[in-house]
Write a protein that binds this ligand. Structure first.
Ligand SMILES: [Zn+2]
Ligand SMILES: [Zn+2]
Length: 367
């Protein structure tokens, strides 16, 4: 009983050789030598029997760890007496795949530029083949913002995109390209796309949210006090929802509006124009995405609100306007007759647009 030449032998991935056999014997075990986690395919053609072997036992195998050896047992087969054929171990081309992640999970939520805190995130694009990092592959990056996100109910013209630096790169020895996402002053949801043309999935995406967290619609409970609720104005097609404040600022506003009603009981309740947008950031009144205009330069972090003080219905009446402004500045005069209980901390107001249709008090309510 001779032994088959492939009995207890090893073959490297990529080898293909003929064999002859003069005995009926199971083949194997055979060892295939490959790099770690390499995929290979085994084919066995038996000329004597005129069949491809092994009857469905061929196929793809992954070599394991530990020096790149894989033990592959082939058999039992037979009879192979006098047979001849070929035995091949063929490497299987693996798919390169691309992934994209924000390197620090906390950076998935950024703040608009100009609102304090972090406005930039590092992202990592990575290309692997199986588990092996692949170097030298080109990856490009683009970003886009979700229309109408962040409290901006307008998308024409499209909002400015965040800056990506760099906008492309080549994977390093770790299979990685790192780049930065730099938010603008404008809140919203951004989708970042990495593209690798040599990868099976071509693209990978990640989302980053740019927002001032924790803002509250002041017309929701508990701030919607049925006795002292204040009407809101200033909603436009560009910004349908424009009355967001921090909890602290909303509480302070409620206190101010209650005291105002007690000091000037015959005056209309305070009529409130813009606070901040739901996610804060630059409040571009005209829907132009202008980040540089001085208009509404504050109103970004939920600590400002505008109080109507023109000649429109519900505005602070002209005959008490100056006295109210002094009260808001905490510079009341004796003649203003403000009861001690109703004195407030100054909210550092501005009296803007005096004599114009948009005349108002701009309050700084603190955070
Ligand atoms: Zn807007
Ligand atoms: Zn204002």
């Amino acid at each position: 009983m001779g032994q088959h030449k492939f009995f207890n032998s090893s073959r490297p991935v990529g080898s293909c050789s003929g064999y002859t056999s003069s005995t009926s014997k199971a083949l194997g075990p055979l060892q295939v030598v490959g790099s770690q986690n390499q995929l290979f395919e085994v084919t066995f053609y038996d000329e004597f029997n005129g069949v491809s072997l092994p009857d469905g036992r061929g196929g793809c195998y992954a070599s394991g760890g530990g020096g790149g050896w894989a033990r592959w047992t082939f058999g039992p087969l037979g009879p192979l007496r006098g047979s001849a054929g070929t035995f091949c171990v063929t490497p299987v081309e693996q798919s390169k795949s691309l992934s994209l992640t924000v390197s620090s999970p906390s950076s998935k939520e950024l703040r608009p530029v100009g609102t304090g805190g972090n406005s930039t995130a590092e992202l990592v694009a990575k290309v692997v083949e199986g588990t092996t990092p692949k170097a030298g592959l080109a990856v490009q990056f683009t970003t886009d913002a979700t229309a109408n996100s962040g409290g901006h109910d307008h998308d024409n013209p499209p909002r400015p995109k965040a800056a990506l630096a760099p906008a492309s790169g080549t994977t390093d020895a770790n299979g990685e390209v790192r780049f930065r996402f730099n938010a603008t002053q404008i809140s919203g949801v951004h989708t970042i796309t990495a593209t690798c043309n040599d990868c099976v999935n071509k693209t990978a995406v990640e989302k980053v949210t740019v927002k001032v967290p924790g803002l509250l619609n002041i017309f929701t409970l508990p701030f919607r006090d049925p006795n002292w609720a204040y009407p809101g104005v200033g909603q436009t097609d560009n910004h349908l929802d424009n009355h967001y404040l921090t909890v602290a600022a909303a509480a302070r506003l409620l206190d101010i509006s209650r005291k105002y009603q007690k000091i000037w009981p015959t005056a209309p309740r305070l009529t409130l124009n813009d606070g901040s947008l739901v996610w804060g950031g630059k409040f571009d009144i005209d829907g132009t995405w202008d980040q540089n205009t001085q208009r509404h330069n504050e109103h970004r972090i939920g600590d400002n609100v505008d109080v109507r003080a023109n000649n429109a219905q519900g505005a602070v009446p002209a005959n008490i306007r100056d006295a109210v402004f002094r009260w808001l500045r905490k510079t009341s005069r004796q003649a203003d007759s403000i009861p001690a209980d109703f004195v407030i901390e100054s909210v550092n107001p501005l009296h803007e647009g005096i004599g114009k249709v948009n005349e108002h008090f701009h309050l700084r309510l603190g955070n």
